[in-house]
Design a protein around this ligand. Structure first.
Ligand SMILES: [Zn+2]
Length: 58
């Protein structure tokens, strides 16, 4: 899967570091707005916690 496209934070418009899906919602987030769990991921890493999906871009 190619991640050439740049995404922006859904809350402030800055460059997104990853995406998170929590409680049914799905959003792109920058470092500032990312969940602490997402911030701990390494670039390219993806984690699934039950219904929550966290993916950090490389
Ligand atoms: Zn943001």
């Amino acid at each position: 899967m190619i991640m050439a496209e740049k995404h922006t934070c859904d809350r402030c418009g800055k460059e997104a570091i990853g995406l998170q899906s929590l409680e049914g919602g799905f959003e792109y987030v920058c470092l500032e707005h990312a969940d602490s769990l997402l911030r701990e991921l390494k670039p390219g890493e993806k984690k699934v916690y039950g219904a929550c999906v966290l993916e950090r871009y490389s």
